[in-house]
Ligand binder design. Structure first.
Ligand code: HEC
Length: 108
């Protein structure tokens, strides 16, 4: 069942993305809400849910660079760039920052 849900998310993600890409290509909030939320809002495949500080804390503790690299390259059930193959590194990083800031933030 999770494979089926992932497949749906992967098919849906680029559809969301094209509608956002033209308007605000570098807006982390829009990318995250339009693409990343497909998994990170409900926790598909064990994705850390947006707003869940407990789920995000150990990931954030790896450091920003590791977090960015895993988002760009993919990690287990997390596809490279969240499936947004046309996103630039900076766009993926902006989306990561949005997810982290809404989920407890980076350590000071
Ligand atoms: C198809 C589902 C899916 C989509 C879409 C998705 N993610 Fe994920 N993401 C996951 C899953 C699953 C994990 C947990 C991977 C693991 O640790 O096994 C994850 C983990 C992460 C992590 C933590 C990586 C770490 O080092 O622990 C970050 C950061 C992240 N995603 C960012 C994003 C961003 C940014 C986007 C949108 C551009 C996005 N994700 C879209 C499924 C998704």
């Amino acid at each position: 069942m999770s494979i089926r849900r992932t497949a749906i998310a992967l098919i849906a993600a680029p559809l969301f993305l094209t509608s956002f890409a033209a308007a605000a290509a570098d807006d982390g909030a829009q990318i995250a809400q339009g693409l990343c939320f497909a998994c990170h809002q409900s926790g598909i495949n064990g994705a850390p849910k947006f707003g869940n500080k407990v789920a995000w804390a150990p990931r954030v503790a790896q450091g920003k660079d590791k977090l960015y690299a895993n988002a760009i390259n993919g990690l287990r059930g997390m596809p490279p760039r969240g499936g947004g193959a046309s996103l630039t590194d900076d766009q993926v990083k902006a989306a990561v920052d949005y997810l982290v800031k809404g989920s407890g933030g980076y350590p000071q």
